[in-house]
Design a protein around this ligand. Structure first.
Ligand code: HEC
Length: 139
């Protein structure tokens, strides 16, 4: 356990106790309309970036794009992750499955799982499945 984590936990405990003592309830942060609009537009920019990567052959080396096999992110099923994937023989996140498709059908280089391109791809795929119930582990 690192020291920053300990300090944060300590601060949380203090906040919780002082909240209880003064009879206050812990409530979720409230955001201004301006903040919400700003964050939504940041989000939409990343969705758009993801859609562009998804439709572009530049992630691979053989001229193939994700969208050729998965039009509009069809059959990507982000709501079923994490799940056991037989190709990898273990439980994986959607990022690992995306890298599998980049390395195999696209014959490309795996992306940094925390990088900008991977974030954009996951954001786009997940946006396309908005409203679908989370069902991790499903086949
Ligand atoms: C040549 C066709 C092809 C291309 C191109 C392709 N995929 Fe796939 N993809 C597949 C197949 C086949 C599977 C199913 C593998 C399985 O689950 O057995 C799959 C599975 C997936 C899954 C998991 C689906 C699930 O139900 O678990 C994701 C996510 C995914 N692909 C994303 C991508 C992304 C992102 C790209 C582009 C980088 C891409 N794919 C490119 C054929 C392709």
């Amino acid at each position: 356990m690192n020291v920053f984590y300990k300090i944060r936990m300590m601060a949380l405990r203090v906040a919780l106790v002082s909240g209880l003592l003064t009879g206050l309830q812990l409530s979720a942060d409230e955001f201004t309309e301006k903040e919400l609009q700003g964050w939504t537009s940041e989000y939409q920019i990343v969705v758009k970036e993801g859609r562009q990567h998804f439709a572009s052959p530049t992630l691979g080396t053989n001229g193939v794009a994700c969208a050729q096999c998965h039009p509009n992110a069809a059959n990507t099923h982000p709501e079923t992750y994490p799940k056991f994937q037989k190709q990898l023989g273990k439980v994986i996140t959607i990022a690992e499955m995306i890298n599998w498709c980049i390395a195999n059908p696209l014959e490309g280089e795996r992306l940094d799982k925390n990088g900008k391109k991977m974030t954009a791809l996951i954001t786009y795929i997940t946006e396309e499945r908005r409203g679908v119930k989370l069902d991790p582990g499903k086949h």
